[in-house]
Design a protein around this ligand. Structure first.
Ligand code: AMP
Length: 549
């Protein structure tokens, strides 16, 4: 027997229609690419989305056509999410920090017909456009009369395009399983892989994003600064979740350095922020240098990689800001777990609570998780057994876009997605990611977690950033090498870092060597690039003391 409830398809256009109707006066503030500040409301944004949808129709963009974006976290990119997706086309958010040959690969693989591009990357695309024949037109995201001189194919100005259109649009209704967005993984091995999201998945995940237990921690009273790129995993769902709850948005554009972020946090009285640890290293350094405080900020949501204990403590003890840790992936549409503390964890002594906050948290509703050994046998949730994490849920990819080989390699016989992350799960459901499977260090047949070594190294007050990698060893197969960025001017030595590590890990985990560098390479999404680091140290040779062990 079927129920008697309306069968209204879950489409992203409902989100902005709702925001315009019921949160129309709520502000969206942007630190623009041009350098100045821009302010308008959800109601203003909605009208411009309508203009954009009309413009796309005029260009002949049809349902299912892919439309690329190369844009920062700004009001214009926000408009593109809905103008493109809501009208039935597919927004392909491109990470411009990928290598040029990867950018060419994903544009051709996606068959993007139009490209909306910030001025930052115009020159780069001028050099690549001949290799991207599917792009018929480039739309430059700039003010009228401010078009850069460019050889980009059929280039037009975004503001001119919108000005010529009507500010009402009849958003089409279609099957909720229709594709709305396409995002490629950073592709640390092989070509990037495409994840093609449905309207249904985006709306469901966005609704989850407004739950008070979700790591975004937003509601209609929140002022949110997402220090995340809108070209990376839907800007952590912010563009879809914030309009549902009428959250005020403060968008940093390309200005993601510590000083800029701190200025916005202060001036806009931001209450919640989100970003990867690299961003917060910059923010905390800036605060330390200037002596500034964070009087308005209550919550900092950290994900993308694990925040160190030192970072969690600094936020809480020096600035009164609670860190909410989360774990997610491109293939998961954004988040899979939440570090929002349960009541029983809230009242723990600080040191115990920090241990909970260092885990990736517990699975969100609707999201199933299992850990398995190399044979695919499920492992117990005892907080000790470590296995590869497989997941399943209504916003998890079911396959990669037109890539059978990658699909074949990533899904098990039950259809669960293999994340490539190694984790344990505690009896009370806390997931603890110990490493990417390919970053674990295998010493004498036993595993060493590179993430643990890095986190403990970061408890040393003069270590700004740390990365542990495996280096081949003639006796032990692999041994850990720790690469450290020291605080400028600090007197830090391998021995005093080793002494700090020895307080936390077994002796055989201690790195055989610690090397100091000025900078550690990062991926296009701001994480430490172990691949580049391994390449940089390809010719590294162990000191004699290590070889004699
Ligand atoms: P991406 O698809 O680029 O967002 O990368 C997803 C990967 O980032 C995951 O598979 C993890 O390896 C890593 N990751 C994301 N969040 C965390 C976290 N909180 N702690 C540790 N690793 C994380």
């Amino acid at each position: 027997m079927q129920g008697l409830i309306m069968d209204v398809p879950l489409l992203t256009s409902m989100i902005v229609k709702h925001a315009a109707a019921w949160h129309g006066d709520v502000e969206i503030v942007t630190h623009r690419v041009e350098g100045d500040m821009h302010r308008y409301t959800y109601a203003d944004a909605y009208k411009r989305m309508c203009r954009l949808a009309n413009a796309l129709k005029r260009m002949g963009i049809e349902q299912g056509d892919r439309v690329g974006t190369m844009a920062w976290t700004t009001y214009r990119h926000f408009e593109l999410y809905y103008g493109i997706g809501g009208s039935g086309a597919v927004i392909h958010t491109i990470n411009p920090r990928l290598f040029p040959d990867q950018i060419v690969y994903i544009i051709n693989h996606a068959k993007d017909r139009v490209m909306f591009i910030d001025t930052t990357w115009v020159e780069m695309m001028e050099g690549l456009q001949d290799q991207c024949p599917t792009i018929e037109k480039f739309v430059i995201l700039c003010d009228s009369g401010k078009m850069p001189k460019t050889s980009l194919r059929n280039a037009v100005c975004y503001e001119d395009l919108l000005a010529a259109e009507d500010d009402t649009f009849d958003w089409p209704e279609f099957d909720e399983k229709t594709a709305v967005a396409l995002c490629y993984t950073s592709g640390t091995t092989g070509n990037p892989k495409g994840v093609l999201y449905t309207h249904r998945a985006m709306v469901l995940h966005a609704i989850a994003g407004t739950s008070s237990d979700h790591p975004l921690c937003i509601d209609s009273r929140t002022i949110l600064l997402p220090a995340v790129s809108m070209f990376h995993v839907h800007g952590w769902m912010v563009p879809y979740a914030a309009p549902i709850s009428g959250t005020k948005l403060v968008l940093p554009g390309p200005h993601m350095h510590g000083d800029n972020i701190c200025r916005l946090l202060e001036e806009e009285k931001v209450t919640v922020t989100a970003g990867v640890p690299t961003i917060w290293i910059g923010v905390l350094e800036h605060l330390k240098k200037t002596g500034a405080k964070l009087p308005h900020l209550k919550i900092c949501n950290i994900g993308g990689s694990a925040p160190s204990l030192a970072m969690i403590k600094a936020f809480e003890e020096d600035y009164g800001v609670a860190v909410v840790h989360a774990w997610g992936m491109t293939e998961l549409s954004a988040a899979g777990t939440t570090g929002r503390l349960r009541q029983r964890h809230q009242d723990l002594p600080a040191d115990e609570r920090y241990k909970v906050q260092q885990t990736q948290g517990r699975p969100l509703f609707g999201f199933e998780v299992k850990i398995v050994d190399l044979d695919g046998t499920r492992l117990p949730h005892d907080g000790k057994a470590v296995g590869q994490m497989f997941v399943r849920g209504p916003w998890v990819a079911a396959a990669y876009f037109e890539d059978d080989a990658a699909t074949e390699a990533s899904f098990d016989a039950e259809g669960w997605f293999g994340t490539g992350d190694m984790a344990s799960i505690s009896p009370d459901g806390l997931v603890r990611v110990s490493d990417r499977s390919k970053d674990l260090i295998k010493s004498g047949g036993e595993w060493i977690s590179s993430i643990d070594l890095e986190n403990y190294a970061l408890t040393h007050p003069d270590v700004v950033e740390a990365a542990a990698i495996a280096v081949k060893h003639p006796k032990w197969e692999e041994r850990p090498l720790l690469v450290v960025v020291p605080r400028p001017g600090a007197e830090v030595t391998p021995d005093n870092i080793r002494a700090v590590l020895a307080e936390h890990v077994a002796k055989w985990w201690l790195p055989d060597d610690i090397v100091f560098v000025e900078e550690i390479p990062h991926t296009a999404t701001g994480k430490i690039s172990k691949k580049d680091l391994r390449e940089n140290f390809a010719d590294y040779r162990w000191p004699a003391a290590s070889l004699e062990k």
